[in-house]
Design a protein around this ligand. Structure first.
Ligand code: ADP
Ligand code: MG
Length: 428
């Protein structure tokens, strides 16, 4: 009868201490996450190839190493402190259990010396006690570990519950061929990290086959608008219709088959030329197809010169990798868009690293190659946009002017001013 409470007395302190410190460990992991990220980030800057030149020129390694050390030691000290507190409490629990064991043994010896127990009884009872002891310790740790893990698992479940792309109600197909128009109605968008909107009350239409240019100073909202048009962000207010179909109802996969884009902050993959251009494309083994896309982006000469043609490894991360210049990387990223036969093609300043002549060539080339397709381009060189059918001028997330090059120049507004400023700069 007394066995059950006895087992409880042995197990409860163990569980209590372990769960209490398990919870503390979880809280610590949660509060330390931003600092841990910082530690990893700083370490990455200190290691990475791309920051190596600035690290030397500006000699910031000692400063960053100091910063890294202070965050690293702060988090490590906190962890060490918690570990110390956990272990000192566990030491008490273990001492309590030893005292309990000794008391039981004393009781057994007393009984034994009184003749109530044989040596055989005594030995088996003490062995049983030892076994119970180790089972209880293990059980205590396991129960507390389940509790601690469950706290972390809740985080994972919460993360998995976040909707990546609400595709339940997005089951309509993108129009097979756009015939009527793309309509942006009263579109507003606010990034989760902001309180005021980055796009406000945007209204415009695009006819199929039209060439649109979006211009405006840095931070005006051009890239954000383009990402909304691509369906990467859903508008908070207003809507975008493709031939009357609300973008919110279009299956994201169907959407992606019909639009392609090259971004300002494109990726340079440390893989082969072939993979850089055709990754994810069914024609990845079709040399002629890939070479055609590359030559549209002005890369034919370069590929001829590469040691292994399309199978040359790019980037200096791996052995034998062939490093390219910024402009050459940019052309590689442009080739990716040329691989696809999308209905809508978007260029979001992918030519910033190109010289003005190369950029003009790309844009002219682009206009000819995409004749009849809907294109949206953003360039900070207004001369690249002058042949657009429609130019949209953004300022602080709002459209302030809209028209073609001639009408906007005649209006003598913001566009005309930007254009003349640039023209003067290039002329001088
Ligand atoms: N991913 C993002 N998260 C939060 N804010 C952003 C993000 N991208 C851009 N912004 C903010 O939105 C505004 C518009 O940015 P963006 O559309 O990139 O401008 P543009 O392409 O015209 O230079 C800026 O104020 C910028 O700080
Ligand atoms: Mg941008």
């Amino acid at each position: 009868m007394i066995r059950f409470p006895f087992v409880l007395i042995m197990i409860i302190p163990n569980i209590l201490v372990n769960t209490y410190f398990g919870k503390q460990k979880y809280n610590q992991a949660m509060t330390q996450t931003p600092e841990q990220r910082k530690v990893h980030y700083l370490l990455r800057i200190l290691h990475s190839r791309s920051s190596a030149k600035e690290a030397r020129i500006y000699n910031y390694v000692p400063y960053l190493a100091y910063k890294w050390k202070s965050v690293f030691w702060k988090t490590s000290d906190e962890q060490y402190d918690l570990r110390k507190r956990t272990e000192s409490k566990m030491l008490l629990v273990n001492a309590f259990q030893v005292v309990l064991d000794i008391s039981v043994i004393i009781v057994l010896i007393t009984f034994g010396s009184g003749g109530a127990l044989t040596i055989g009884h005594y030995v088996s009872l003490t062995q049983a006690l030892q076994q119970i002891q180790s089972i209880i310790t293990g059980l205590g740790y396991s129960i507390a570990a389940i509790y601690e893990e469950s706290l972390f698992i809740n985080e994972v479940l919460h993360f998995l519950d976040l909707e990546v792309e609400n595709s339940k109600d997005r089951n309509r197909k993108f129009p097979g061929k756009l015939t009527s128009q793309i309509e942006v109605r009263n579109l507003s968008f606010t990034y989760a990290t902001h309180t005021s909107p980055q796009l406000k009350g945007i209204n415009f239409n695009i006819s199929p086959g039209e060439k649109i240019a979006i211009v405006g100073e840095n931070g005006a909202g051009k890239s954000t608008l383009v990402k909304c048009l691509l369906g990467l962000y859903l508008p908070d207010e207003g809507a975008i219709f493709f031939d009357g179909v609300d973008m919110r109802t279009i299956d994201p996969n169907s959407m992606r088959q019909n639009v392609s884009a090259v971004f300002q902050d494109f990726e340079s993959y440390q893989l082969t030329v072939r993979e850089n251009i055709a990754m994810g494309h069914p024609k990845i083994d079709d040399d002629a197809y890939i070479e055609a896309a590359a030559s549209k982006a002005g890369l034919a000469d370069l590929i001829d010169k590469l040691p292994n043609g399309l199978d040359t490894e790019l980037g200096a991360m791996f052995h034998n990798g062939h490093e390219l210049s910024g402009g050459q990387w940019q052309k590689i990223s442009l080739s990716r868009a040329f691989m696809r036969d999308s209905q809508i093609v978007i260029l979001d300043e992918p030519t910033a690293a190109l010289d003005p002549r190369a950029e003009a060539e790309i844009y002219d080339n682009f206009a000819t190659l995409y004749e009849g397709k809907t294109t949206i381009m953003i360039s900070h060189r207004l001369s690249s946009c002058r042949h657009a059918d429609k130019i949209i001028v953004l300022h602080n997330g709002e459209i302030i002017e809209e028209g073609n090059h001639e009408t906007l120049l005649a209006a003598q507004g913001a566009y005309a001013e930007m254009f003349h400023t640039q023209a003067k700069r290039y002329a001088s």
